[in-house]
Design a protein around this ligand. Structure first.
Ligand SMILES: [Zn+2]
Length: 173
């Protein structure tokens, strides 16, 4: 089989595996955790879009550095595993493109380098330790987190409008 075909097959099976894992995770996970993850993912993508481009519409993948639209970005975990306690850890999740997150399985060598320059080794070690603990979120915590991230998502969207109006003021002098 030609090399290119072989690689395409490998990529397709990775995409399929990722989509199967996602479906299995949704089935196996309490509904409130799934809903919180969707909101948390929005929070991460808004946070990192604002951080990397100053807008909520586009963001730079933390591992390959390419710029993508908000809807094409993923909230990618530094350490894989959706069942562990770093699921909602803001330091363990950042924006990635589809290729880095799914096709390259997280693109971890470059993710590691990114984490080291942003947080340093001590935090990386903490995250690795915490990642061995199983997910155990109390309902009260989930409710509070839901409230907080709803507020934070709204805040960033409103802030974006402030940034835009500031920019237009500068543009019109
Ligand atoms: Zn990327």
């Amino acid at each position: 089989m030609p090399k290119r075909k072989k690689r395409k097959k490998k990529v397709n099976s990775r995409i399929k595996r990722a989509s199967d894992t996602w479906k299995e995770w949704i089935e196996a996970t309490p509904k409130n955790i799934v809903e919180l993850w969707k909101l948390f993912s929005k929070f991460i993508r808004l946070r990192d879009c604002l951080k990397t481009t100053g807008t909520i519409w586009r963001g730079k993948c933390v591992t390959c550095g390419r710029v993508y639209r908000f809807n094409d970005l993923h909230a990618g975990h530094f350490i894989p595993g959706r069942m562990n306690s770093i699921l909602f850890n803001e330091q363990a999740v950042h924006i990635q493109c589809f290729r880095c997150n799914v096709v390259l399985g997280g693109n971890w060598p470059l993710y590691y380098r990114f984490m080291q320059s942003l947080y340093g080794q001590e935090i990386i070690e903490d995250l690795i330790d915490t990642s061995f603990l199983k997910m155990n979120f109390e309902e009260k915590w989930v409710n509070q987190a839901f409230e907080y991230y709803s507020w934070a998502v709204d805040f960033m969207r409103e802030n974006q409008q402030l940034i835009e109006s500031d920019t237009s003021k500068i543009a019109t002098g």
